[in-house]
Design a protein around this ligand. Sequence first.
Ligand code: MN
Ligand code: MN
Length: 259
Amino acid sequence: MPRFRPHRRDNHLTLGNPSEARTASTDNYLLTKPQFTLSYNCSTGTANWVSWHLSKAWKGSATRQDNFRPDGALPTGCYRVTKDDYTGSGFDRGHLCPSDDRDASQEDNSATFLMTNIIPQSPDLNRETWRVLEEYCRNLVDQGNELYIIAGAYGKGGSGSEGTRNTLADGKVTVPAKCWKIIVVLPEGGNDLKRINSSTRLIAVDMPNRQSVNNGKYWYDYRVSIDAIEQATGFDFLSQLSTGLQSQLESKVDAERIQ
Ligand code: MN
Ligand code: MN
């Protein structure tokens, strides 16, 4: 008997396609998967952004698959980054859509280990500051919310456990300077786009891809406005909302006190 699932899985791009990614451009290449949607940049060897819906419908008890591998869905002519391209670099294979956000089935979890969902992250960022925010998001889901999350990276040059690097794999993978994430928080329900209003909680962060990012600072010390991330990346987030609502929501910085 299939287990009854009262919770919904919604479209990852409900709030819009931040860079109008299509399959025509190799630097803004749209990859659509059941588990997440992303824009891939064949020049940097990383995603421009990954967008995913998170609710209890994506959660379960599948074990971590740990099967980092090239993504065969990339077009010919686009370098397919391998697990070994990161080996010995001093940078972690950092998930954009986290493994623990996709554990309803082995197949779902396995999708997060495709190298198109991975960026070179400093160990202090991946294992501390970034990870704690990932856990905060899942706590919000446990408390009865569903989330729309968009994450990405930009810039060039970060510091890992072996020092500073601009690229890995003979230049085929750019080490980003900053890693950002945007989270839209909604109480669980239907008709999500219509329920977003000027009091909807949004969280945006922009974090340096450096060792010591966690030195005396927590994820919430890196909160910024969505406007700031739009300016830094050139993307347009929440484009499915009216421009009036976008300007109201995107200029705010989340100020909720975090326990
Ligand atoms: Mn991670
Ligand atoms: Mn916008």
